[in-house]
Design a protein around this ligand. Structure first.
Ligand SMILES: [Mg+2]
Length: 485
């Protein structure tokens, strides 16, 4: 029988790394930014880029920096930033650097190999571009790297020091409201509403799950964004707060999962805080806190909680690793990529066919090559034994096989080029510069390895949950080993 989910578009499906029985899940927590609240990324990132740039100039950096251009979509998540050298890297799961840029210029193959692939590097020395927020930050960094290279005397700092300043200025832009206030004043410009979100959440509530919100954003911003996406979207839940049994703001994840901060109650009208030591009361808003205390007060065990977030490091790694919470990762890029990949199916088949042809031909050449080696050895023996006739015969054989190889070698080269071309076409139709998020050529990317390692389940957006029963048993076919029958 065909799966009832086979009718879903690929981007609407849930993908399973580790079996998850939803029947055993009692509480489902949600991150807010880029999980429940989907941003219009170009508008948001360009705002962050501009506001941070203003801080550079205020701090005495050259005014010409104001001319730097924000390039939407130049970067993808999952890249590594070598702050020391001003380089960007796309890496596979074995830390092999496949694509590298200095600023916005590609590094040539020799430099890339010399710097990164001749010996194993420590990925933790580099900054990992995990969040969407980091994209505008890193884009600004590479633009400044280019500027410094063009104008060697104008900024007398290292790339790494500039990155340090950049971090400070970004934090400042977030703290002083220069980004948030603009977004709150006009959410329609920055936020994409998902009209199915309320249906998905209602379905979970009907299925007996208790929902909670756990976000690092502050109360005022959270309230504004959540109101914008959920207020008046459902008759039974007129306010966004009606969906969530507990709301936790300014949670300080990933510290929330390991720390011991107390919960404070937020007085929602005034925004003032009140100390809190008793149970978490329904429909109230809390600030700070920690996961251990949360579990103690709500009496949920780690494996009865499913946490839904978009940030592998901040949302998923610690909650799963330290507390055994089950995890659902939202990978927004999949929506675009899975649609594209469906269109690219003919190219995939073509790649597969050419790869098979290549393998068969390569095998054939290897066999001839070993025959040739054996003949050469026998020619030497015949020579030593003074058997001229035999040697002559063998030499003829040798020439015949050598000719065969030289006939086939160019076909192999041609196949190699064709495969490389096809892969290039596939990659660039997914992303002009960096290719597919989860792949590096034919290998899995570092990002894909992390998704695999830490997300029990992943999907492109939260509202996809509406397609599945709240008691669904998600099974994994992921544990198949290369030698399994
Ligand atoms: Mg988030």
């Amino acid at each position: 029988m065909a799966s009832p989910y086979s009718k879903l578009e690929k981007w609407q499906r849930m993908y399973v790394n580790r079996a998850l029985n939803m029947e055993r899940i009692k509480a489902i927590g949600f991150d807010m930014d880029h999980t429940l609240v989907m941003y219009n990324r170009e508008a948001f990132e360009s705002l962050a880029f501009r506001e941070t740039l203003k801080k550079f100039i205020e701090a005495g950096y050259p005014e010409e920096l104001a001319d730097l251009e924000f390039k939407p979509n130049f970067l993808i998540r999952g890249l590594l930033v070598d702050m020391e050298r001003g380089n960007l890297l796309k890496v596979d799961g074995h830390k092999y650097v496949k694509t590298a840029f200095h600023g916005t210029t590609p590094l040539d193959k020799e430099t890339r190999h010399r710097l990164y692939n001749s010996e194993s590097f420590k990925a933790q020395e580099f900054l990992s571009v995990d969040t969407f927020f980091a994209l505008s930050e890193v884009q600004l960094f590479v633009e400044i790297v280019d500027y410094m290279d063009r104008n060697p005397k104008k900024i007398s700092k290292t790339y790494r020091d500039v990155y340090g300043d950049l971090r400070r200025f970004i934090d400042l832009s977030h703290a002083d409201g220069s980004i948030k206030n603009v977004v709150m004043a006009d959410p329609g410009r920055f936020i994409r509403k998902d009209k199915y979100l309320s249906t998905a959440l209602t379905r979970l509530i009907d299925g007996g799950k208790s929902l909670f919100l756990l976000t690092n954003s502050g109360w005022e911003y959270t309230n504004r964004m959540m109101s914008y996406i959920l207020d008046q979207e459902h008759d039974e839940f007129p306010s966004w707060r009606d969906y969530f049994d507990v709301t936790i703001v300014s949670s300080g994840k990933p510290g929330f999962f390991t720390g011991s901060q107390p919960f404070l109650e937020v007085m929602t009208e005034s925004g003032l805080l009140k100390s809190h030591s008793a149970n978490l009361l329904p429909k109230r808003v809390y600030q700070g806190g920690n996961a251990g205390l949360f579990q103690k007060l709500t009496k949920y065990r780690g494996d009865e909680i499913l946490y839904v977030g978009d940030h592998i490091f901040g949302d998923i790694m610690q909650s799963k690793g330290k507390l055994n919470w089950r995890t659902l990762l939202v990978v927004e890029e999949l929506e675009h990529e899975l649609e594209k990949l469906a269109e690219l199916k003919p190219i995939f088949q073509h790649i597969q066919q050419k790869t098979n042809e290549r393998e068969a031909l390569d095998e054939e050449i290897q066999i001839i090559r070993s025959k040739l080696m054996s003949i050469k050895r026998h020619i030497q023996i015949a020579g030593r034994e003074g058997d001229a006739k035999k040697a002559h015969h063998l030499e003829k054989e040798r020439d015949k096989y050598a000719a065969k190889i030289s006939g086939k070698a160019p076909i192999l080269d041609q196949l190699d080029n064709e495969i490389k071309d096809l892969l290039g076409r596939k990659e660039s139709s997914l992303h002009e510069t960096w290719g597919e998020l989860m792949k590096v050529g034919l290998e899995r990317s570092r990002f894909a390895y992390q998704v695999e390692g830490f997300a029990c389940v992943y999907t492109s957006r939260v509202s996809n949950l509406r397609f599945y029963s709240p008691q669904k048993r998600f099974s994994s076919f992921h544990d198949i080993l290369p030698h399994d029958p």
